[in-house]
Design a protein around this ligand. Structure first.
Ligand code: UGA
Length: 449
């Protein structure tokens, strides 16, 4: 099929690349001309494992095209995926102006019927507004637009694998014709007819994810309900972690045992600095806001949000207790990205940690495998080191903020010899307390004795 992707950010690029790899002809556009130029020059503007490879293959097979001419891209596709940003407004409500603008562009430039697919994360009832907007902006009024909602459940860092091996594909439609088109689009994924860069032709056997047909309202709600539940789960684990500290229990033992109950599940129960990124913090706010607009008080989510905000306070309580005075101290921050395997620093806990360290007068030395360029633009006075051991040199304390594999595998014996003081505050519970103590470290983590 011929598809259009509006918005070449993280979601748009992964969606476009993977659908092209699945055999569709994909036309990508973005209002940022520089981004389009970069893509045309073969450069990928974000770091996401395997994305580069999938794009290169799709380009070589002439399955993916980039243009800054929105009209050209819109006319080229029969189904149009809207993948633009929906950032939070001050009130927490999602800012849908980019969706509105995409609707206007589609209505103005389309010359044939289109299925317009919401891929961006949007609050429930956006589909209704989108349908109205397409009709209102259409000059001739004689082109038929259908709307579908197809929320994404990709995780940054594993997005390509998630796209090719989904546990579910949710498609909200309002008629059978749209359902047929959406099934056709996802057929190669469901039938496993694509080149998988993650497993190199050796994908693990298992049942492929189901395509679930729902109403548009339900599809929109599924996205926010899923993300908010995961965020809730993390905050729950974090409160259990605080309890463990008071009682003298071990949060890792507690959450592991809890998770073995299949009704609970082991994932997203990792205690520590809490959740960041551009999804959970903003989605939880947008969901609370949406619930409020229809008279439902989502107090539970507000509590989860507050627990998350307090994680940094808890971390600083530990830092103050262990290091005492921060002013004038040399502090190594290991990990800047909001989680491992991404260069994304949006709402990353590490950024708030650095902001407070600088405010309190620390000399900060940071290291991260991918996120240093982006962080330098926010904190130019921080010292950045490719090599984590360089960051640890002469440090009075090491703060671990992201669960990168290279930090998990760090040689703390070597690091200890470089540091001015053997003090580690681990915001991600990466190491065994006993082992760190044996190595002579004053070691602090979350919820463990
Ligand atoms: C999240 C969802 O997991 C995806 O399903 C969804 O598609 C995506 O948002 C989105 O809406 O686009 P993502 O933001 O990439 O994906 O990251 P996650 O892996 O969910 O992690 C979010 C944050 O929670 C990270 O800061 C991570 O460190 C933290 N986290 C995660 C914990 O603190 N504890 C855990 O047990 C798990």
């Amino acid at each position: 099929m011929r598809l259009t992707v509006i918005g070449c950010g993280y979601v748009g690029l992964v969606t476009g690349a993977c659908l092209a790899a699945a055999g569709h002809e994909v036309h990508c556009t973005d209002i940022d001309e520089k981004r389009i130029d970069m893509l045309k020059a073969g450069k990928v503007p974000i770091y996401e494992e395997y994305l580069d490879e999938v794009l290169k293959r799709a380009e070589a097979e002439k399955k993916i095209f980039y243009t800054a001419d929105t009209g050209e891209a819109i006319r080229a596709g029969d189904a149009i995926f809207i993948c633009v940003g929906t950032p939070p407004k001050e009130s927490g409500e999602a800012d849908l102006s980019a969706i509105d603008n995409a609707a206007r562009q589609i209505a103005v430039h389309a010359r044939s019927p289109k299925l317009v697919v919401e891929k961006s994360t949007v609050p429930a009832l956006t589909g209704v507004q989108l349908q109205k907007a397409l009709a209102a902006y259409s000059q001739s009024g004689d082109i038929k637009f259908d709307v579908a909602s197809n929320p994404e459940f990709l995780r940054e860092g594993t997005a390509v694998g998630d796209f090719f091996h989904p546990d579910r594909i949710v498609v909200g439609v309002e008629n059978e014709k749209s359902a047929v088109v959406m099934r056709e689009i996802y057929k190669p994924i469901l039938e496993h007819k694509f080149h998988c860069p993650v497993h190199r032709g050796q994908c693990p056997a298992g049942t492929p994810g189901e395509l679930l047909l729902t109403t548009i309202n339900s599809a929109e709600l599924i996205k926010h309900a899923s993300n908010s539940f995961l965020a809730l789960k993390i905050s729950y684990a974090n409160v259990i972690s605080d309890l463990c500290e008071r009682i003298g229990a071990d949060v890792e033992q507690v959450t592991h045992a809890m998770g073995l109950d299949p009704r609970i599940g082991t994932q997203f129960l990792k205690a520590g600095l809490g959740f960041g990124g551009f999804c959970f913090p903003k989605d939880i706010q947008a969901f609370i806001h949406l619930a409020g607009t229809v008279g439902v008080d989502f107090e539970m989510l507000r509590a989860a949000e507050n627990v998350n905000k307090q994680r940094i306070d808890r971390f600083f309580e530990k830092i103050h207790k262990a290091l005492w005075v921060i002013r004038g101290k040399r502090v190594a921050v290991l990990g800047l990205a909001f989680k491992a395997n991404t260069d994304d620093i949006r709402f990353a806990p590490a950024l708030e940690v650095i902001r407070r360290l600088l405010e309190e007068g620390a000399e900060v030395h940071a290291s991260d495998p991918e996120a240093m360029v982006k962080t330098r633009a926010v904190f130019p006075t921080v010292n950045y080191h490719e090599d984590p051991y360089e960051a640890l040199k002469a440090a009075d304390a090491a703060l671990v903020c992201t669960e990168w594999k290279t930090f998990r595998e760090l040689d703390w014996n070597r690091a200890g010899k470089l540091m001015a003081r053997r003090l580690v505050l681990d915001g991600r519970n990466l190491y065994l307390p006993k082992k760190m103590q044996e190595l002579g470290f004053d070691y602090h983590s979350f919820g463990r004795p």
